[in-house]
Ligand binder design. Structure first.
Ligand SMILES: C[S@@+](CC[C@H](N)C(=O)[O-])C[C@H]1O[C@@H](n2cnc3c(N)ncnc32)[C@H](O)[C@@H]1O
Length: 434
């Protein structure tokens, strides 16, 4: 049967016992596929498999390849069609599939997502001007809600250690490090943020001068530090290590409080933390304008977000060494979000350069290059044309893999949203050979 006549479906499915991952696959028979999963030998009766999302498409293979390219960082290495799952990423997968050029019709989406949509629409109709009137899309609203949730993810010690140990140890010598986004310090390690924990444990090794950390009084007290903001200082003197906590009157520990700004301005050499996702734009603005060195975790998609693209364009920030995909929730459960280290500290021999495939346009396989409705070239899978003079569109990965250090520059200050056959595709950034 020709590809046009064959029914083609894409599905997202999940086994009851595996709530942190899902399967994104293609089939020509959804019922049969579900039966196959549920009749697998060795599977217990309790471990049923169900669909979270199903839809009809025109070219399932093409979409499957594009999903693999887009969500490469969320694929399990061992089992390639398995993807990491949480509510945020489920939305990302569904949004991507539904905005793909081959998507034709949604068949099923899990019930809580439908409810979520209805709830948001209702509130907005009753109490507020429409999203359109406010210049927002439904995706913007959902993203904001998710950012607030991400605010309360905290960083694992091993991720801090893995990144910091990549840098030349000399950069820390005699420096004051400021951790300014709820980097609480407690007698117990479990109530101490991974950032101060790392710097205190390695203070001597790094030859630090001083460590300053603040506790922020937010909605969720991640480190059980109580309702007063404080400034914690750790210093090495002739008498040995000294630490003290100061609770200035009226101070809530916010990074933009005058006390925090004074520390940033007058004492800090290097800022190092994982700031709240929901305040990221202000945070980047303050830290970058301060002119201090910084090493911070942020959303990987900042590289294709209009609010941050000018910083990458002006070379005020670049990716650090590592991605950060695992965090801990306030309940100390592992959760996933696509973070990356960003910095203005020099990177030596970036290991991820090898992920860039810089070859002539002719050598890029057809399936990894296409032209959108405005005839702009889009390249995928790390392929970069070495002999193409005009601006072309890339996703987040080439930027964090160091493309802008390889003779390419950002060609447009804002994010690029390609349309193919009138359908919006996922966002990119326009780059150009220098
Ligand atoms: C992503 S969590 C990271 C917490 C901690 N820095 C870590 O890495 O584990 C962001 C933290 O910033 C706090 N926060 C939110 N708004 C803040 C603000 N205006 N100033 C400082 N911290 C803030 C949140 O309460 C949350 O504890």
């Amino acid at each position: 049967m020709s590809k046009d006549k064959l029914k083609q479906y894409v599905y997202i499915g999940q086994a009851k016992s595996e709530t942190t991952r899902c399967k994104i696959g293609i089939t020509d028979d959804l019922d049969q596929r579900l039966n196959d999963y549920n009749n697998m030998t060795g599977k217990s009766k309790d471990d049923t498999y169900k669909y979270l999302f199903t839809c009809k498409v025109r070219d399932a293979k093409l979409l499957e390849n594009d999903i693999k390219a887009e969500f490469k960082h969320l694929r399990e290495v061992k089992s390639k069609e398995m993807y990491f799952y949480n509510a945020h990423w489920f939305d990302e997968y569904v949004n991507f599939i539904k905005s793909h050029k081959t998507f034709t019709e949604e068949i099923f989406i899990k019930a809580d997502v439908q409810k979520e949509v209805v709830k948001v629409v209702k509130i907005i109709k009753r109490e507020k001007p429409t999203l359109k009137e406010r210049g927002l899309t439904y995706k913007d609203v959902m993203q904001k809600a998710k950012n607030v949730e991400f605010d309360e993810y905290y960083t694992r010690y091993e991720d801090v250690e893995k990144e910091i140990e990549m840098y030349d140890i000399e950069i820390w010598k005699d420096k004051t490090v400021f951790c300014n986004c709820d980097d609480a310090v407690d007698n117990e390690d479990k109530n101490t943020s991974a950032f101060p924990l790392y710097f205190i444990k390695n203070f001597k090794k790094l030859s630090l001068k001083k460590l300053i950390c603040t506790h922020y009084v937010g909605k969720v007290d991640l480190f059980n530090q109580g309702p007063k903001g404080y400034v914690y200082t750790y210093i090495f003197t002739r008498e040995g290590f000294e630490e003290f906590k100061d609770y200035p009157k009226g101070y809530n520990g916010s990074f933009d409080d005058p006390i925090s700004l004074k520390i940033l301005d007058e004492e800090t050499d290097i800022v190092c933390t994982n700031p709240p996702f929901s305040r990221m734009i202000d945070y980047w603005d303050i830290v970058i304008k301060s002119g201090k060195k910084f090493l911070i975790i942020s959303n990987i998609s900042n590289t294709i977000n209009t609010a941050y693209i000018p910083y990458f364009k002006e070379n005020k920030v670049w990716a650090g060494y590592n991605e950060v995909y695992w965090y801990l929730t306030p309940k100390k459960e592992l959760t996933r979000a696509a973070g990356y280290w960003f910095t203005n500290i020099p990177i030596k021999d970036r290991p991820h350069y090898k992920r860039l495939k810089i070859v002539s346009l002719k050598e890029i396989p057809e399936k990894y290059k296409e032209y959108d409705d405005s005839k702009t070239l889009i390249v995928n899978e790390g392929y970069i044309p070495s002999d193409y003079k005009k601006p072309f569109a890339v996703s987040v990965n080439p930027i964090v893999n160091g493309l802008l250090e390889k003779g390419y520059k950002i060609a447009q200050d804002k994010r690029y949203e390609p349309y193919i056959n009138g359908k919006r595709c996922f966002a990119r950034v326009l780059v150009q050979k220098i």
